[in-house]
Ligand binder design. Structure first.
Ligand SMILES: [Zn+2]
Length: 172
């Protein structure tokens, strides 16, 4: 149980209470494998939303995946800089700006599959080496103090939420 989480998501039904604190990493990896599966399915079926936006303001499957890859990188970065005694600062990015600039639609789907899998493995590994108290260590995220466990849970939710988004895009 990660301290401070309360809400079940009304859209993707992510329930933070169902995630034990030692399962954050394995869950991140499990979802990453879900992204791989959707990319593979969408490639096979020739789904147009794989690498083109269904509408101007809706990301493609590769764009969602690239965004989540970035989030997973942030988890690894937070695990590295989190400190028991100091507020290590970390800043998020503007998601739309980041995705616009990254040109994820030009990445080969098989490459993006490999990237999200590696990002999942790395985030899982980064959490696995921390000692048990580390999830309560506080970081300064965009200037706001928040514990590592809570920030990681928020990122796990984002991954879960976007997996639902791309599952719908892929027509499942
Ligand atoms: Zn959600």
């Amino acid at each position: 149980m990660v301290q401070g989480v309360t809400e079940v998501c009304s859209e993707c039904e992510f329930d933070p209470h169902q995630i034990a604190s030692d399962q954050l990493g394995p869950e991140l990896l499990r979802l990453a494998i879900g992204y791989e599966a959707i990319i593979s399915d969408a490639s096979v079926s020739g789904c147009l939303a794989l690498n083109s936006r269904p509408s101007a303001e809706t990301w493609s499957i590769l764009e969602y995946t690239g965004h989540v890859e970035f989030i997973y990188g942030s988890v690894g970065q937070m695990c590295e800089i989190a400190d028991a005694d100091e507020l290590a600062p970390i800043n998020g990015v503007d998601p739309d700006e980041h995705v616009d600039n990254a040109h994820f639609n030009e990445v080969a789907p098989a490459d993006m599959s490999g990237r999200i899998r590696r990002a999942g493995e790395q985030a899982c590994d980064a959490l696995a080496v921390l000692d048990s108290g580390a999830l309560t260590w506080t970081l300064l995220f965009n200037g706001n103090p928040a514990p590592l466990g809570l920030l990681t849970m928020a990122m796990l939710h984002e991954s879960h939420h976007h997996l639902r988004d791309i599952t719908q895009l892929a027509g499942h």
